[in-house]
Design a protein around this ligand. Sequence first.
Ligand code: KG4
Ligand code: ZN
Length: 343
Amino acid sequence: MKVLGIETSCDETGIAIYDSEHGLLAHELYSQVKLHADYGGVVPELASRDHVRKIIPLVQRTLNSAQLGKSDIDGIAYTRGPGLIGALLVGSSMARALAYAWNVPSIGVHHMEGHLLAPMLDARKPEYPFVALLVSGGHSMLVDVKGIGQYKVLGESVDDAAGEAFDKTAKLLGLDYPGGPLLAKLAEEGESGHYQFPRPMCDRPGLDFSFSGLKTFAANTIRSSDGQHQTHANIARAFEEAIVDTLLIKCRRALKHSGHKRLVMAGGVAANKRLRASFEEASQVDGFDVFYPSFEYCTDNGAMIAYAGCQRLLAGERTLLTEKAMPRWPLESLSAVNLLAAI
Ligand code: KG4
Ligand code: ZN
């Protein structure tokens, strides 16, 4: 089965074709980062308008690069939510129009399920069950995953998401939007040990996160610093270490709590090199396996949506053309997929 995947939940237009027999055949991405940089964050109305402009040429380009025509496509998967409603409406309208015109089924995919399943695009795939750490610009969650659609949220952020904390702290350091990767780059020049940031919510039981205090701590530290480049790099380093440590403490707890021996990390922040290195090290010390998508499938993309949609379509699931987009959509409300039917 060949599935065209469409991702438009935020500021990236991602289109891909996933084949249940041969894997990913093509994927294209258009990032609106430059468009929003002047505003220091995503402007929802501008995002929707840009998706409208870019989506058709990108679908065309993806079909061309896979050397496929419309008659080769067996189903359309699109991000149904959560995300910016205007942006979601562009992708879901496009998906429904194509499904209607090409007379194929369509399926609305949960964006975080897309992230969670992104490591399945790799040659080295995790087996079920596992604990998933989902860390993106909009969400931070720990999920017990027994199979596709069998999700129990073990903990989540009570305030800012991890990516949001990166972006806000980066802004305080004078870095452009989205600041996460830029802060990580600056942190590479920093020296450890100059500042001691807190490890929020680690001294009490539970698996929830809180990152807004780290951002406030960073704001105060930056304000009382000399403002030199090296000082900023040292602050970025201490901030990054605090986030990485906090995520690791909670993941170790979640692995213990669930009894699982596999950990999947996904979402934009999973592209962070220090996070990956520190989890690799911990996995060897503690004896668990760690999985993450390749860099390009950590941040938003169409491939993860095409993959997740393909599994659900194979299991016979469909989303009616009359169903609404879901700007808010609890992950736990998804239906379980029969893994024997899905390949
Ligand atoms: O998953 P994603 O592309 O979009 C959402 O679904 O939100 O995640 C984007 C987030 C942004 O906050 C971005 O700053 C962060 O992921 N991010 C990073 C890195 N690369 C992307 N944060 C830290 N280090 C990185 N290397
Ligand atoms: Zn995302």
